[in-house]
Design a binder for this molecule. Structure first.
Ligand code: NAP
Length: 538
């Protein structure tokens, strides 16, 4: 038995950072293998993304039937999803149920942020430190820190003097916010802004939306699931999940396999219309050349432009809401309920920041383009330091005391998005260089957790002490990730995929675009070839 003294110090087989979908499943799998595991979670509850993001309208853009764990038949059968797209509260309830159902809480330490992790070359253990004074040593460290977990609030001049209330969508008050009778500003029109704007507009006296870049958004077509749909969701789950693991995105809606460039305008419209009617992320699968060819991509733009002009009564407002100047799909497409229609309301004003940039915030409002907009509250829907933010916020040191911050100074480098050369026995769940945010996160999380668990099991069975990415294999993988990304139009947009939303962040396309199916196959081959590309030290 491993030696465990208390939660403050002691030695564990594994430390897992984060108790969202990834961290909880990692804990479950490692415990099944008989490992002693300590999970540290900064929040006061489990759930990760779904614990923090409680803004009005927060809802997953992947359907509930696809956005759930597959590892337990009992769990699948005992949980009932009530809507096509799960709302934040339902997802959080599900994750709390998982924590109870698998007795996870006893190994999760809440309200504790990991501040650093250092690999000790003499003992070959990781030393993990937290803001609560814990000092734990562990053979393995698994970073399940989430891809979108470090919020960003721009530093507008005068923000500290604003007299009203400020909120960030990703750290919304648990008791909710009542905007009745208030003049509210929302800054940001990504997924979080687009989901929250319609609901804030319904409640607030006046809503002013500050938009820097318009986004492509598809109606969700959300609805309550009836008993037949719920039953089918369970009965067909295994078959659908098997299918999803081999697709490009890990979603279950088949790609049409058609090319926009080889279709007539009528055929194209029919396909786009059908995907629009299906709702949500189905749009990604409309045409195979849409994300790689400018001409094909332009057809998606045309379709969206027409839809927005249909929905928005004022043509000038519609034009401002129409995405231009970057490829469709270059920014993550959004899934909404009544977003564009909201701009037809009398109490909603759109400010186009390209024409009227924000100059400063005053005690009573926001000055943009020389005009002051008086507001009582500001909602920042301004996104995250994506994919690397949470990892680089910790002082992680590998061999020779080398910091991850230094190793990744020019951008993240990983082997398969799972490991980093020079950081033995450290694993990343959905790290940069893996499909991660460009996939159904649950499919990708389960694949990574299962792969890591199998690897650890093998190491232990074979008496191998350390597993570490080979620098050459890492170089080759990084080159491959970049090559695949550069064969698409996606890196051309100033998106969080490339870190463009964080000043000074190196511009690297971070998710792997080779597809969930081929990526899984590659990871399986690596494992089957005795962890090809890893150095195993006995
Ligand atoms: P986001 O997509 O990064 O959007 C942030 C918004 O804030 C953008 O419109 C951005 O404009 C704007 N912004 C940032 N800095 C600004 C500044 N200084 N001045 C004015 N505007 C500024 O963040 P998010 O909406 O939180 O979404 C992030 C990701 O989380 C999504 O892409 C998605 O993957 C995930 N998410 C999913 C769901 C869902 O499942 N439905 C919901 C929410 C989030 P620019 O575009 O010009 O930078």
């Amino acid at each position: 038995m491993p030696e465990i003294s208390s939660s403050r110090t002691g030695r564990y087989d594994a430390v897992v950072v984060g108790a969202g979908f990834g961290g909880m499943y990692m804990l479950h799998r490692l415990r099944e293998q008989g490992l002693s595991v300590r999970v540290f979670e900064a929040g006061s509850g489990v759930g990760g993304t779904w614990f923090w993001n409680r803004y009005p309208g927060a809802r997953c853009d992947v359907e509930s039937v696809d956005y759930q764990f597959s590892f337990s038949e009992e769990l699948l059968r005992e949980w009932t999803w009530t809507e096509r797209y799960p709302a934040q509260a339902e997802l959080l309830a599900y994750l709390n149920h998982v924590a109870d159902r698998f007795d996870l809480r006893r190994d999760i330490q809440l309200n504790t942020r990991v501040t650093g992790a250092t690999f000790d070359e003499d003992t070959q253990f990781w030393q993990v430190e937290t803001d609560g004074g814990d000092r734990i040593s562990a053979t393995y460290v698994v970073m399940a820190t989430g891809c979108l977990s470090v919020p960003r609030t721009p530093s507008f001049t005068g923000l500290q003097d604003f007299a009203g209330a400020t909120y960030h969508t990703s750290s919304w008050p648990h008791e909710g916010v009542d905007f009745t009778g208030k003049r509210v500003a929302v800054i940001g029109t990504g997924s979080s802004g687009i989901q929250s704007i319609p609901l804030i507009a319904e409640q607030a006296e006046q809503l002013t939306v500050f938009q820097r870049t318009p986004n492509h958004s598809v109606p969700a077509g959300n609805h309550a699931l009836d008993a037949d749909e719920q039953r089918e969701g369970v009965e067909r789950f295994a078959e659908k999940r098997r299918y999803a693991t081999g697709t490009f995105t890990g979603l279950t809606l088949p790609d049409t396999g058609l090319l926009a460039n080889e279709s007539t305008p009528e055929q194209r419209d029919a396909v786009y219309e059908e995907r629009w009617r299906q709702g949500g992320l189905a749009m990604y699968g409309a045409f195979a050349d849409m994300l790689v060819d400018e001409k094909a991509n332009a057809t998606a733009h045309e379709f969206f432009s027409a839809k927005i002009h249909e929905k928005v009564a004022d043509p000038e407002v519609a034009e401002k809401l129409t995405p231009r100047g970057y490829p469709f799909g270059g920014k993550r497409i959004c899934v909404d309920t009544n977003y564009f229609e909201t701009f037809n309301r009398d109490n909603v004003t759109l400010v186009d920041l390209h024409a009227e940039p924000i100059e400063r915030i005053t005690p009573g409002g926001i000055v943009a383009g020389g005009r002051e907009h008086a507001v009582d509250a500001v909602v920042f829907a301004t996104g995250f330091d994506a994919m690397t933010g949470a990892l680089l916020a910790m002082d992680i040191r590998g061999r020779d005391g080398r910091a991850l911050q230094e190793t990744w100074a020019a951008g993240p480098r990983t082997y398969l998005g799972l490991a980093v050369a020079g950081f033995p026995n450290m694993f990343l769940v959905t790290g940069p260089g893996s499909p991660s945010v460009f996939s159904n996160m649950i499919v990708s999380i389960e694949q990574h957790v299962d792969w890591i668990t199998d690897a650890i099991e093998r190491l232990r069975a074979d008496g191998v002490r350390l597993m570490e990415a080979d620098p050459k294999a890492e170089d080759a993988w990084v080159a491959h990730v970049n090559e695949v990304a550069d064969s698409t139009l996606l890196p051309r947009a100033n998106s969080w995929y490339v870190g463009a939303n964080v000043t000074g962040k190196p511009r690297i396309f971070m998710p792997y675009l080779g597809g969930v199916g081929p990526y899984r196959q590659r990871c399986d081959e690596v494992a089957a070839q005795n962890y090809d590309g890893f150095q195993l030290v006995g």
